[in-house]
Write a protein that binds this ligand. Sequence first.
Ligand code: GDP
Ligand code: ZN
Length: 393
Amino acid sequence: MDKRARRRLRGLLAELDAGERNRLTRRAAKLHKTALRAMTGDARRPELQDFLLRLLDEQEEAAACFAAAPDVAAAPPAGVYGSRRGTVVAVTAGACVVQAGGDTLDAALPADLRRRQQSGLAVGDEVLLEPFGEGQRVTAVLPRRSLLTRADPHDARRARAIAANVDIVVVVVATKAPPLHPRLIDRYLVAVERSGARAALVANKVDLLDDDERRDVRARLGPYRELGVPVIDCSAADGEGIEELRATLAGATCVFVGQSGVGKSSLLNALHATAAAKTGAVRAGDGRGRHTTSASSLYELPGGVRVIDTPGIRQFSVDDADAVTLADGFAEFAPYATRCRYRDCTHAHEPGCAVKAAVDDGAIARARYASYRKLLGGDGDDPQLGDGAENTG
Ligand code: GDP
Ligand code: ZN
């Protein structure tokens, strides 16, 4: 768990009532004990695996527990019992491709993980591997620092994992062709907030704008700058902003999302620049097991930018926004929301709503509030999100 996630969890813990907090703390202490016991000695190995798998199932609660017992989270059990640690760079049916050190390896999944593969494993996951037959298999998925999901098409209440451990979701919009729709940005930001990742905003195709249009675009994206979201004017066509984008993303694992035609592929190509930097096809290493030929969904661009690009990424969106979590996606509401007359205020029609008052005072951007209301009401007249491409992963 990184510092930011821990800080956020501490905040969440502080908001709980005392009884709930005590319950969690007791549970954290118990988990802590189990973890320590499980990590000492080979005989305890099945317990360790159990523990890690349970973490996966109860990730959020366990993470909150860890916030209460922070020293446990600091010690992910990588390398114990001679197992290898690696990053999932592609997922196939019943198996995955893992990059471990310089090696890219096919790894089988245990039955338990195979059963709930769509929620239990995603590109970007950190896993432990053990030798298995001729090759290796995944023994555990380590706790995630973020998770991008989309609704299961067969069961909207269930979430499918799209990508794990993403640091920055790059929301790409075109400033012209297709026209700018800030409401789409707001929808993405809600989903990004929920995932635990950060957002960056790319305003692409600025080469098509005259000076007046540029000023207009800058004004319309102003509220996002004020929110602390990096906003980068780019042109994949003439290279403007590409180095600024590279610098913003350096050292991070990213995904690029946005409507079809806004220029995601073109931007990635521009970031590729001179080097042919796909690392999915890295050479064989120490000869442990069969090496893969599968295409990687996680690769590195020049400048240390890691990109996850799976077909499912394009379905990343908000599809089940209830009022409480939706408001969480509008960070600028938070300071006012606590002053609403009603504790469960949805900031829509309630009297004494401090958020609405802040909109009237100009402290909250009216366009953002309008987006919120649209999302809340599910009016459904939003432009379509994503490409509508089916997820094949
Ligand atoms: P994607 O669907 O988001 O991956 O978008 P593409 O990268 O395929 O781009 C869609 C279209 O927009 C293509 O015809 C690109 O050539 C064009 N395009 C992309 N970026 C720019 C840009 O910065 N300026 C201009 N003028 N056209 C662009
Ligand atoms: Zn309110």
